[in-house]
Ligand binder design. Structure first.
Ligand SMILES: Cc1cc2nc3c(=O)[nH]c(=O)nc-3n(C[C@H](O)[C@H](O)[C@H](O)COP(=O)(O)O)c2cc1C
Length: 283
């Protein structure tokens, strides 16, 4: 018997609570299996202008996880709306999240306005783990005032669609940042993004990644992400989407028990593109 795993989120129906996390499932096309079984797909992070990303090496393997410093390589918001979303909609009828990156409140607002007007996008997910050029490169989401300014601008520009803010876990008090987002009108929170890390090459004595630091993800971060989900969902009154280190069905259930309404799967997709399907079948 096939069990009904569907959930309601922001008035939308997801076939199941599993969402492919941004940056780990491309733009949802080109897979040699039917992606319709997946509850939601978060698209690769998109900025106002196309970006080539960081020079290589930009990924590094680690015990029970991986580091990445891809640097938001993407075709830009216009290409997302004109080409990527229509192409995905030819093969996928589930819930689509546009993941928006940026370097200023104005850039986030510009991208949100375009995503808000795009038919094929259901949810706008703001990635606030980007460097803030106005604050000399500090990460936007680690500063309460910068977070408030970005969410306020994005909220103004997003009239039709649910706005979800994806929090950085690289902060002293993630629940406090979540509360700032809620106050500024966010409809939900994705908890969380990657943890800042690095590797050093023993042969050269130099950092492995060209960017020196990168975001650590994969099964090793599961207990850290779970703790963040618990803290944020107990401090905030809006739905939380859990994300970090999920590789199996029981991780999804643990995230739900910690307060998550839905759960994203990231690095596991890079090891096996069918990871979400396996998890959904196990559920
Ligand atoms: C190669 C790679 C690229 C990523 N790109 C993005 C991105 O563009 N936007 C974003 O919000 N998160 C991005 N992430 C973070 C993931 O969406 C996810 O939050 C993180 O990897 C933690 O989940 P996991 O442990 O299941 O991978 C990326 C992660 C990886 C591994």
């Amino acid at each position: 018997m096939v069990k009904d795993l569907s959930i309601q989120l922001f008035g939308l129906t997801l076939r199941n609570p599993v969402i492919a996390a941004s940056g780990t499932f491309g733009f949802g096309t080109g897979f040699d299996f039917d992606v319709n079984a997946i509850g939601g797909i978060a698209l690769k992070g998109t900025t106002a202008q196309p970006r080539g990303g960081n020079p290589c090496p930009r990924v590094a393997d680690c015990t029970a996880g991986m580091l990445n410093a891809v640097g938001l390589e993407n075709p830009g918001i216009d290409a997302l709306v004109r080409e990527k979303v229509p192409a995905l909609r030819e093969v996928y009828s589930g819930v689509v999240l546009a993941n928006i990156g940026g370097f200023s409140a104005e850039e986030y607002a510009h991208c949100c306005e375009k995503a808000d007007a795009c038919e094929g996008i259901d949810i706008i997910e703001l990635n606030i783990s980007c460097p803030n050029v106005h604050a000399g490169g500090a990460v936007l989401g680690s500063d309460a005032d910068a977070t408030a300014a970005v969410v306020r601008a994005a909220r103004k520009a997003t009239r039709r669609k649910p706005l979800v803010v994806k929090l950085s876990p690289n902060v002293t008090d993630i629940a406090a940042i979540g509360q700032v987002c809620e106050r500024e009108g966010a409809d939900g929170l994705t908890v969380a993004n990657t943890f800042l890390g690095m590797r050093i090459d023993l042969k050269t004595g130099k950092p492995v990644l060209s960017n020196t630091f990168g975001g650590f993800s994969g099964p090793a971060i599961f207990p850290l992400a779970l703790r963040c989900v618990w803290q944020v969902s107990h401090a905030c009154g809006i739905p939380v989407i859990g994300c970090g280190g999920v590789t199996r069905a029981q991780d999804v259930v643990e995230m739900q028990l910690a307060g998550a309404a839905a759960v994203q799967v990231g690095a596991a997709n890079l090891r096996d593109p069918q990871a979400c399907l396996t998890i959904i079948n196990e559920l």
